[in-house]
Design a protein around this ligand. Structure first.
Ligand code: SF4
Length: 362
């Protein structure tokens, strides 16, 4: 069963990041960023491969020096994903990354040198068919804008990013996407909304410096969730102080919750209560591990009691509910069979395999 699609996506211009379409109604593209030393090609590629398996569409790598920029050659040649180079302060690094296969650049035109340096980067991107993301960040707005707007307000962010876009447009460059980030979630939401009301450039969504796994995912879900439900956003990254693969996982949970995308199994589970008579936490962890590789968009349920579990998870394609010594396997709220608690997980995995086969046949 699929979630009804309730969101009407904003129609932005389409650009390409390598072979991935961004904007213009293309599916939302999930991004993450490697945290390996980019100069370590083997470690960076290993992480990129892991991100690809987790469902990442586009990956970004930092290029803090020329050795890292040149490492884009072997990285891009072997990467299963388009690779964006993240550049600060030195336009020559951006040119080197582009010449070595980067599919996109993330720059702040205000900090990579004078107009001539910006022009050289833009010309290299144009010559190689590479897109550029320009971003305004509340922490690095120019003084004149801060004075004019009385601080890093949403209007100041929008004016800053429109200035960056104009610099690229003046050079005849169009493959642009935009991000606007404040450390304040509500300002970030307001800035994206304000920008979208006056531009059809595709949007990269992100909430900057969100935090650790739980706090960061929640903060990102509030900020990006509001925008996604507005129909805004063409690509997104959940920034977490955690393994980058968890960023991808969190992004997919967010897209699924907004009815904007599904990947693999959705596991629903009850919060447990005084009726719970099995170790549901361990059972859930084991089920998550066992189902990590399932790509069919099934909804499965792990419930803590036989009395209420099947009814509470009536919409699940397959479910288990455990009790003291015995559990049940159910589908769409109907109990299929009773099994000993010790066999519950194995029987559940068999039932999921049957549901997978049925999904593939239909
Ligand atoms: Fe409690 Fe059962 Fe509901 Fe889980 S399914 S919360 S154990 S009543």
């Amino acid at each position: 069963m699929t979630t009804p699609h309730l969101v009407t996506r904003d129609k932005t211009r389409r650009i390409m990041v390598g072979r991935v379409a961004v904007g213009g109604g293309a599916p939302l593209a999930v991004q993450s960023m490697t945290n390996t030393d980019t100069r370590d090609v083997a470690a960076t590629l290993a992480q990129i491969n892991r991100l690809a398996q987790a469902g990442c569409h586009i990956v970004r790598c930092a290029a803090p020096d020329m050795t890292a920029a040149l490492a884009f050659g072997p990285i891009c040649a072997a990467s299963p994903l388009p690779v964006i180079a993240d550049i600060h302060f030195d336009g020559r690094l951006a040119v080197a990354a582009v010449e070595n296969g980067a599919a996109g650049l993330r720059i702040n035109p205000g900090n990579i040198g004078d107009q001539r340096a910006v022009d050289r980067v833009v010309d290299a991107a144009k010559a190689h068919g590479v897109s550029i993301r320009v971003g305004a960040n509340g922490g690095s707005l120019p003084k004149d804008l801060l004075q004019k707007h009385g601080g890093p307000t949403p209007a100041a962010l929008v004016e800053a990013v429109l200035g960056h876009v104009a610099m690229l447009e003046a050079r005849g460059f169009e493959a642009i996407k935009v991000s606007l980030k404040s450390s304040n979630v509500l300002d970030t939401i307001a800035a994206y909304r304000l920008f979208a009301a006056q531009s059809d450039r595709p949007l990269h969504l992100g909430v900057t410096e969100a935090g650790g796994l739980l706090a960061g995912a929640v903060k990102s879900a509030v900020g990006m969730g509001a925008l996604l439900l507005d129909g805004l956003g063409d690509t997104l990254r959940v920034s977490l102080t955690a393994d980058p693969a968890r960023e991808v996982e969190a992004a997919w949970h967010m897209l699924a919750a907004c009815g904007l995308g599904r990947r693999g199994v959705e596991i629903i589970s009850c919060p447990t209560c005084g009726r719970t008579e099995i170790d549901l936490f361990s059972l859930l962890a084991a089920a998550e591990e066992a189902l990590a590789g399932v790509s069919e968009p099934l909804r499965v349920a792990i419930m803590g009691c036989v009395v209420n579990g099947p009814g509470e998870a009536a919409h699940a394609d397959v479910g288990i509910a455990g009790g003291r010594g015995v559990g049940v396997i159910f589908a769409k709220g109907r109990v299929l069979k009773k099994v000993a608690e010790a066999d519950l997980l194995a029987e559940f995995i068999k039932a999921v395999a049957v549901a997978q086969a049925e999904y593939r046949q239909n």
